[in-house]
Design a protein around this ligand. Structure first.
Ligand code: FES
Length: 575
């Protein structure tokens, strides 16, 4: 018997009358589902990045249970399935090497299966963008739930912010200000519960950014991972995704150019991570939405930083949630946002934030009395050292270094620097500019978070805690310093960064958005002739595919053949 064609995607599997329907239903029934689950119930895939190898996401199994309750209740049929999980703490060489692999896997799993709508369970840094990129290329009704932050770290009466505490106490250990035993004690107090980093690092940034994009229910990004409200909002999300299928509210109706503009502005207002730049560019690329690196500068010049969270401020995500969370931030910058666009709640941004109110003005400040004035978000720099651009997180930088010209101290790879960073003989002064090459998307490979090279011990001993650092790498959202990142083109492609030598003068002028290598074109031409492309890192497997196809930072570092989407077509049946 030939297959019938049905309007709802999952019916093309489960409503078939012949042998194909038999096979699909029979095998699903081995899990004990009642026969009527195959009738008139939208099938909701719950894609989970739960993994014990990713401690930030190790509670997503419980989140999935809450989503399922909501889906069943609303008349849907929930089916949970795993996707690869990318956990920052353990994975080597860097999770970013695998973000596009997760995106590819998510896309193909959604399309290959009988799904009408999808809930994406994400957390940590890379799974929110990776999953969203994949889902965007399919474009079903889609809703994301991020896992939420850990509870605040506490040590001897002090608050510890994840990531930020590591950089701070590692510097103190190297400077001899604390003992190794104290360092171990601090470690045991820093991660008190399930969840992701509780600073405004990349995980919290991406949680807020997905809420700002409208793909996560309003108010849910900041709820701590272990708070009962994370589970009740997940329950509601389960109900809502079923309605979204009935309304045919596909991702493309939510992820508009206006939604990306909102997310970029929100990222500035929360003092968010530079990693959001790369991820938003990649997600937009999947949606076919024109978004450029320059948008991340031009759209935020009048956006003040409202959120007083580490690493730029003093509070953590628990206080941010208690102060009202992201809806308050969006309410306070409402005048700058597109408020009539639709979100996964089924309501507009204006409706979502209408009742938002700050419960602590020191944590979430007002627009008129901001934590930091407008123009302290992300700056996009261009010039002879970065023709295609570079980025910098202004709220984490030292104001006195915003205009700085100094001699380069160049390292071809990170290990070369680490080997001498503590040497008293290192020829470095406060004016020196550390330059790191071969840490970009292709060069490392995988675009690691090493741009905030640790300060040379020689300078730490002199009480100098910051200096200009420039690289083609990324930086952890929990890090701080006057650090220029994502220099494009990267050194491995033979960009100007590849040609810098120790002693060259570099001009950084943040107000003018300039980053120049003060070396004549004639000398650079001579160096270019001598430059040799580095050998590939792999001859097989994913790394080979990645190296051959990864694009540059200023376009989002997706693979060139994954840009755009193929939609939710139903693949051929080969049974
Ligand atoms: Fe997973 Fe920071 S390490 S969120």
């Amino acid at each position: 018997m030939a297959d019938e064609i049905f309007a709802r995607r999952s019916e093309n599997w489960f409503a078939q009358k012949g042998k194909h329907g038999f096979i699909y239903r029979e095998r699903m029934r081995n899990q004990g589902f009642a026969p009527d689950v195959f009738i008139d119930k939208p099938v909701i895939g719950i894609a989970t990045t739960w993994s014990e190898l990713n401690p930030c996401n190790a509670h997503l199994d419980r989140v999935a249970e809450a989503v399922k309750r909501g889906v069943w209740e609303a008349g849907g049929f929930p089916l949970e399935f795993p996707t690869m999980s990318l956990g920052e703490p353990l994975m080597r060489p860097t999770t970013m090497l695998f973000r596009n692999l997760l995106a590819m896997e998510t896309e193909e799993l959604i399309r290959a299966n009988p799904l009408d709508g999808v809930v994406l369970l994400a957390g940590c840094d890379k799974t929110p963008p990776g999953m969203l990129m994949g889902a965007a290329s399919v474009d079903l009704p889609t809703l994301m739930i991020t896992g939420g932050p850990m509870l605040n770290g506490r040590y001897q009466g002090q608050t510890l912010g994840s990531g930020t505490a590591v950089w701070k106490y590692d510097a103190q250990l190297r400077a001899g200000k604390i003992t190794q035993e104290e360092f171990f004690s601090i470690e045991s107090c820093a991660a008190r519960s399930n969840g992701s980093c509780m600073t405004m690092g990349t995980a919290s940034t991406m949680a807020c950014v997905t809420e700002a994009l409208g793909v996560q229910l309003p108010g849910s990004a900041a709820i701590p991972a272990v708070d009962s409200r994370r589970y009740s909002t997940s329950h509601l999300a389960g109900r809502r995704i079923v309605q979204m299928v009935h309304e045919d509210q596909r991702l493309s109706k939510v992820l508009t150019r206006e939604a990306f503009e909102n997310a970029i502005k929100v990222n500035a207002a929360i003092g968010g991570s530079t990693n959001a730049v790369v991820h938003l560019l990649a997600i937009a690329g999947r949606m076919g939405i024109p978004l450029s690196l320059d948008d991340f500068d031009s759209l935020v010049r009048d956006v003040p930083v409202l959120v007083n969270l580490m690493p730029s401020g003093k509070y953590l995500m628990e206080e941010f949630f208690e102060a009202g969370g992201l809806p308050v931030v969006m309410k306070n910058i409402e005048r700058l946002l597109h408020t009539q666009i639709i979100t996964v709640s089924g309501k507009s941004v204006a409706e979502n934030i209408s009742g938002a109110k700050s419960w602590n003005d020191d944590v979430i400040t007002s627009f008129d009395q901001p934590f930091k004035e407008a123009g302290r978000g992300i700056a996009v720099l261009k010039g002879s050292l970065a023709p295609d651009g570079a980025v910098m997180k202004l709220s984490a930088a030292t104001p006195s270094l915003m205009i700085h010209t100094g001699p380069a101290l160049v390292f071809e790879k990170l290990e070369d620097y680490i080997a001498v960073a503590d040497s008293p003989d290192l020829e470095v002064t406060a004016d020196t500019i550390l330059v790191l090459k071969h840490a970009g998307p292709k060069g490392y490979p995988g675009f690691p978070e090493v741009g905030n090279m640790p300060m040379p011990k020689k300078l730490l001993d002199q009480g100098i805690e910051d200096m200009v650092r420039i690289s083609d790498a990324r930086m952890s959202g929990t890090a701080y310093g006057t650090v220029v990142l994502h220099v494009s083109p990267e050194a491995a492609l033979g960009g100007p960064l590849a040609l810098v030598k120790t002693g060259d003068m570099i001009e950084l002028d943040i107000p003018a958005r300039k980053l120049n290598l003060l070396v004549s074109e004639e000398i650079l031409d001579e160096r270019r002739l001598l430059w040799k492309a580095p050998a590939p890192h792999a001859t097989r497997g994913w790394v080979k595919l990645y190296e051959e196809h990864v694009m540059q930072a200023h376009t989002g570092a997706d693979l060139d053949f994954l840009v755009g989407g193929s939609g939710s077509y139903i693949p051929r049946n080969s049974h």
